[in-house]
Write a protein that binds this ligand. Structure first.
Ligand SMILES: Nc1nc2c(ncn2[C@@H]2O[C@H](COP(=O)(O)OP(=O)(O)O)[C@@H](O)[C@H]2O)c(=O)[nH]1
Ligand SMILES: [Mg+2]
Length: 191
């Protein structure tokens, strides 16, 4: 009973109650994926680290499975996310450390690779510019430009689109700010 109430609380705050499927958290190492996963989990739930994959973690809550995968640096990464990219992947959350400007190029490369991949198709994409609490964090406008997303985003109000739904939200996972709005936006595109 406790767990059901708790699932309801956290999943509805993300707009994901009554939804099902798999949500992938992708991004370079250090972007904040594991921190986000742990924020979603109660002490009663374990995160599961698939034994062969030190860069992958999974958490299942209700009918939603969240999987984090580190990108970058390794050719193996594409094989890895293809492996996880079964038909039931409902959405992709791409995280980036908005205070680490030195890695924006590398992050953009990975994002471009995902956005142009046939296997990913038109799955909805939430980009989270994390760590806005840190000194040196750039503005949303700046990050959008650095990632080449100017003019390509769907709009924060969402709604039907013929293109791939994609939007950027700035957040601080550590301070629990901003990411829920992003998930609420994303959830309208998740069955
Ligand atoms: N200041 C700040 N640090 C964060 C935030 N989110 C994550 N971190 C820190 O960033 C580091 C990397 O986070 P982690 O979740 O391990 O990144 P991952 O490699 O993408 O899984 C850790 O030291 C986190 O505590 C945030 O919103 N603000
Ligand atoms: Mg991690």
């Amino acid at each position: 009973m406790f767990l059901i109430n708790w699932f309801y609380g956290i999943l509805s705050s993300l707009g994901l109650y009554h939804k099902s499927g798999k949500i992938l958290f992708l991004g370079l190492d250090n972007a904040g994926k594991t921190t986000l996963l742990h924020m979603l989990k109660s002490d009663k739930l374990g995160t599961y680290q698939p034994t062969q994959h030190p860069n992958v973690e999974e958490l299942t809550m209700g009918s939603i499975n969240f999987t984090t995968i580190d990108l970058g640096g390794h050719l193996i990464a594409r094989r890895l996310w293809l492996e996880y990219l079964q038909d039931d992947v409902s959405a992709i959350v791409f995280l980036i450390d908005s205070s680490d400007q030195e890695r924006f190029r590398e992050s953009k490369q990975e994002l471009d690779r995902l956005l142009t991949d046939d296997q990913i198709g038109k799955r909805p994409f939430l980009v989270l510019g994390n760590k806005i609490d840190k000194q040196g964090a750039v503005s949303e406008m700046y990050l959008k430009g650095a990632l080449g997303l100017d003019g390509l985003t769907t709009g924060k109000q969402g709604g039907p689109t013929n293109n791939r739904p994609i939007e950027i939200f700035m957040c601080s996972i550590r301070n629990q700010m901003g990411f829920r709005e992003g998930f609420q936006w994303l959830s309208q595109y998740v069955q």
